[in-house]
Design a protein around this ligand. Structure first.
Ligand code: PBG
Ligand code: ZN
Length: 330
């Protein structure tokens, strides 16, 4: 056997054949579009390191969602951006029932009943020190933070969040959130956990967008070491044990092996977060004419599916939806 009788090229001879044997395809319904909401009115301010990504006041956010829905996108994930003078050491705006995310959720839910709204749960956008938990000494106070995260989750659920997505990386937070949601009548609300979240330099542009960079130190005592693979499996298994319904790997491009390993191990949906720095790189190269943006983005997203992702959170979602609609992917 073998060549010349076996010729893999036979199945690549024309587009119909290629389509027929294609194993993976990005669907619009796989995509989740991230949105940044800020205080004020009539504000739509572009993030300088993320072309075509904006901070929206709630009124503008609703207009943006009109567009997102028209493109066929079914889900968004919300991040809150607040003024520095509203931040404090314990991130109280996160769990204030009148906080920015709570009001955004209410506004969205008041207008749309058929959009899935995921609420990112973390403290870094609301603490004055910019860390994802409250601080004790020079580190986060893991266990004391759990209670605040759980309170935040319940407050978001009360405001209409469809899925709770903790991104803080404290140990035990999925259990703490699950318990508190259940106690408050939200046992039907799923948790999408940022399970394998690495301490990554690719979050840079996001921290500009959300004004959430840590004021001292880094996130290495809670986010994972990029050199570790087994630890991702451990984190995912613990989160599932604690009640996570969907597990997430983040970032995506430099962690394709992790996506694949997790896919092989779990029977729950796997999400990936194609993060801000990954988006910024593609946008910068495209702007310079160095790559074909459409082809690169669709290849990247298809790669996430091939690696094993079911759900893709990406700033490219709107463009991707347009392109997928236009020609059914490639
Ligand atoms: C907050 C959070 C971050 C991201 C999502 N939620 C930033 C961070 O951990 O510093 C990053 C998303 C992106 O880069 O697109 N914990
Ligand atoms: Zn955080």
């Amino acid at each position: 056997m073998g060549f010349p009788r076996l010729r893999p090229r036979r199945l690549r001879m024309n587009n119909i054949l290629r389509k027929m044997v294609r194993q993976n395809q990005v669907l619009i319904e796989d995509l989740v579009y991230p949105l940044f909401v800020i205080e004020g009115e009539g504000i739509k301010r572009e993030v300088s390191s993320m072309p075509e990504v904006y901070n929206f006041s709630i009124d503008e956010l609703l207009l943006e969602i009109d567009e997102v829905k028209k493109l066929g996108i079914l889900a968004v994930i919300l991040f809150g951006v607040i003024d520095a003078d509203k931040k404090d050491p314990i991130g109280s705006q996160a769990y204030d029932d009148d906080g920015i995310i709570q009001r955004a959720l209410q506004a969205i839910k008041g207008k749309y009943s058929d959009l899935l709204v995921i609420a990112d749960v973390c403290l870094c956008e609301f603490t004055d020190h910019g860390h994802c938990g409250i601080i004790k000494g020079s580190d986060v106070d893991n266990d004391a933070t759990l209670e605040l995260l759980a309170k935040t989750a319940v407050s978001y659920a009360k405001s209409g969040a469809d899925i709770i997505a903790p991104s803080d990386m404290m140990d035990g937070r999925v259990k703490a959130i699950r318990d508190e949601l259940d106690k408050n009548g939200f046992s039907h609300i799923p948790i999408m956990s940022y399970s394998a979240k690495y301490a990554s330099a690719y979050y840079g542009p996001f921290r500009e967008a959300a004004a959430s960079a840590p004021k001292f130190g880094d996130r290495k005592t809670y986010q994972m070491d990029p050199a570790n693979g087994d630890e991702a499996v451990k984190e995912v298994m613990l989160d599932i044990e604690e009640g996570a319904d969907i597990v997430m790997i983040k970032p995506a491009l430099a962690y394709m092996d992790i996506i694949h390993r997790i896919r092989e191990r779990v029977v729950c949906p796997v999400a990936v977060y194609n993060v801000s720095g990954e988006y910024a790189m593609v946008k910068a190269a495209a702007k310079n004419g160095w790559i074909d943006e459409k082809k690169v983005v669709l290849e990247m997203l298809t790669g996430f599916k091939r690696a094993g992702a079911d759900i893709i959170i990406t700033y490219h979602a709107k463009d991707a939806a347009r392109w997928i609609k236009e020609e059914g992917g490639f």
